[in-house]
Design a binder for this molecule. Structure first.
Ligand code: SER
Ligand code: ZN
Length: 628
């Protein structure tokens, strides 16, 4: 309810509309005042200001601030905020720095201009888990993680993740934190995972609170990643924000990518890459293939909340990653520095973002920009030929048309390629080929024998690769850990599809290859655990569907079981020792080393239970000290 409105101190009577209000205004700068009455307790949309178990909190992205008061609620309207909160609650928080407080009130000031979607307010009975961080500029920042009384014991990990993120953004991107305080609040009722409000991040409790008794290693890793994501928004999202909501990928794609780099540095880079690709294929590829296909930068929307999608976030991150691959690490660092220098304090577009890469490298990114404007996953087919010592790879790209993009044009695709000799040794280290045409060939002269190519190393572009290759050979010899995993997965897929369509037994090459990786003690345990994972049942169903067959869930299940049993039988002799070698004796820590050991130990356990009827599993359960 609008109680009163004033322009330059004079009461005005605006016309209220469904969209907000309209009012005659002076043809010069003026001061607008509005007094409104709202009912947070009746706000069940969880947007604007609402109550969660007696705690007041806010969610204003994308268009929630308009549920609090009348305001030009668009991301390109940036302002400094001063907030005074009156209330009986012991904790009263808002953005920026605390200015003053007394009995039943607190005042906050955020010196950094920001759009209203970054506004936040919290009032409730909360306890703080505190720490401090000293920035590279020597400024001491007070950190606090606010939780409900009783949850104090679940804060330490999140706090450490925050400090690690702050340090990483300084070390890797040269970005320091910019306020005297950084607060995080855990909230039970929250639409999203978390929200990067300036200086006052609000988290879904599940995305920040953890203890060994209640959380698995996977939960801990997810929490670390989400804390990093929200913290990194301070520069990519808050200091530099979006001009309008069509540019959502500008902050989200880049921030997802930055957080992925952080996790790769904190943990295992190949494992992070593999799990991201699994996720991309499971969540984003289906978007691209279905009626919800939309470009990374959509061109129209009825409700922006519907565009917080895997395409905007995860494919958006892939596009940032491809840019880095295309220009190289040094030019990427230079471009990012220019981006922060040139656009600090601004509301920007994808054009601004691409321009810093064009200006630092002299490249024309006109074609690359199609990654932002075209929906659909490009399919990339590869043919090989070998003549007079020259090996040639021919690529054909084709993106299936969609309603969003009926006539897709060729995109710029970075394809990382290495070549292996027939004996398995690497004869050409990774090179990045830039595919720009619908069909394009690359030649590699001077080969003694026909090499075996390892294509799309590290999954250098989000495409569907179609390549007839000896997966068993790559599984045994590829030096690229990602492609080695991919070879195991492709081999597993082939074997499953054969079993489902012809009733064949699991392929011996798959059994040998996976057994080889699992027992290779030179490889990272977390990585080995992933190699054991068969392509999921929905993935197999979609492969069958794409091959013109109607998937039969029972047949898929039976084939999966047969494969697991065959692998367990094939490895039966090694399993007990392999299991014993991958147990953690030290006190529980959710770090990369311990998590990796547990991942492999549990993967081996899943095979072992098929041999010992679950005896080992029972004793592990009985003596467990943690949820993993
Ligand atoms: N802006 C929020 C985030 O992605 C919405 O969830 O972090
Ligand atoms: Zn985000």
């Amino acid at each position: 309810n609008l109680i009163s409105a004033k322009i330059d101190g004079e009461i005005v009577k605006p016309t209220l509309t469904d969209e907000g209000l309209t009012c005659d205004v002076p043809d010069m700068p003026f001061m607008w005042e509005a007094e409104v009455q709202i009912a947070p307790g009746a706000n069940t949309a969880l947007e604007g200001l609402y109550l969660s178990n007696g705690m007041y909190c806010t969610q204003c992205e994308a268009e929630g601030f308009r549920k609090i008061t009348y305001y030009p609620d668009r991301p390109d309207v940036m302002s400094t905020f001063t907030v005074r909160i009156n209330g009986p609650h012991p904790v009263l928080l808002s953005n920026g720095n605390p200015v003053a407080a007394g009995d039943g009130w607190a005042e906050w000031h955020d010196p950094w201009p920001k759009p209203a979607y970054l506004f936040a307010l919290v009032a409730g009975e909360l306890v703080a888990h505190r720490d401090t961080f000293t920035t590279m500029e020597g400024r001491k920042v007070d950190l606090a993680l606010y939780v409900r009384p009783g949850d104090e014991g679940k804060c330490a990990f999140g706090m450490q993740a925050l400090k690690d993120s702050m340090k990483w953004d300084e070390d890797v991107y040269g970005r320091a934190y910019d306020l005297d305080v950084f607060n995080i609040v855990a909230v039970d009722d929250f639409n999203m995972g978390a929200m990067e409000n300036k200086g006052l991040n609000i988290f879904n409790a599940s995305a920040v609170l953890a203890s060994p008794e209640t959380s698995t290693d996977g939960n801990f890793e997810r929490i670390e990643a989400i804390i990093a994501h929200e913290y990194f928004h301070n520069w990519t999202g808050n200091r530099i924000t979006c001009r309008d909501w069509f540019q959502l990928c500008l902050k989200e794609g880049l921030t997802v990518f930055r957080a992925a780099e952080f996790t790769s540095d904190m943990r295992s880079a190949p494992v992070k890459r593999i799990s991201d690709v699994i996720d991309l294929r499971a969540r984003q590829f289906p978007e691209d293939q279905g009626p919800r296909a939309h470009p990374v930068r959509p061109e129209s929307f009825q409700e922006i909340n519907n565009f917080y999608t895997a395409t905007v976030y995860e494919k958006g991150a892939e596009v940032s990653r491809m840019l880095k691959i295309l220009v190289g690490d040094a030019a990427y660092a230079e471009a990012l520095t220019l981006y922060f220098d040139r656009h600090d304090g601004q509301a920007c577009t994808i054009e601004d973002w691409l321009k810093v890469f064009e200006d630092t490298t002299g490249r024309d990114l006109g074609q690359f920009k199609r990654w932002y404007s075209q929906a659909g996953t490009p399919h990339l087919e590869v043919d090989e030929s070998f003549e007079n010592g020259t090996f040639t790879l021919t690529f054909r790209q084709q993106t299936p048309p969609s309603t969003a993009t009926p006539d897709p044009q060729p995109q710029g695709i970075p394809v990382a390629v290495g070549l292996l000799g027939p004996d398995g040794s690497e004869v050409m280290a990774t090179q990045v080929l830039e595919i720009t045409e619908a069909q394009q060939s690359f030649s590699f002269p001077g080969q003694e024998a026909q090499p075996i190519p390892s294509i799309l190393r590290g999954f250098s572009a989000p495409v569907v690769l179609k390549h007839n290759v000896d997966h068993a050979f790559l599984l045994a010899h590829d030096t690229d850990p990602y492609n080695r995993w991919e070879a195991a997965r492709d081999l597993g897929t082939q074997s499953l599809l054969m079993a489902i369509t012809t009733g064949a037994a699991p392929k011996p090459e798959w059994l040998d290859g996976v057994a080889g990786v699992l027992s290779d003690e030179t490889l990272d345990p977390a990585y080995r655990a992933y190699t054991l994972a068969l392509p999921g049942q929905s993935q197999v169903a979609s492969d069958l569907h794409n091959g013109g067959k109607t998937p039969d869930p029972d047949a898929i299940w039976v084939a999966h079981e047969a494969h697991r049993q065959a692998l367990s039988d094939r490895m039966a002799d090694m399993l007990p020792a392999l299991y014993a070698r991958h147990q953690v004796d030290a006190p529980y820590a959710p770090d990369a080393a311990q998590s990796g050991t547990r991942a492999l130990g549990n993967a081996v356990l899943s095979l072992l239970t098929r041999q010992d009827r679950g005896d080992t599993a029972q004793s592990q359960f009985d003596s467990a000290t943690n949820m993993t």
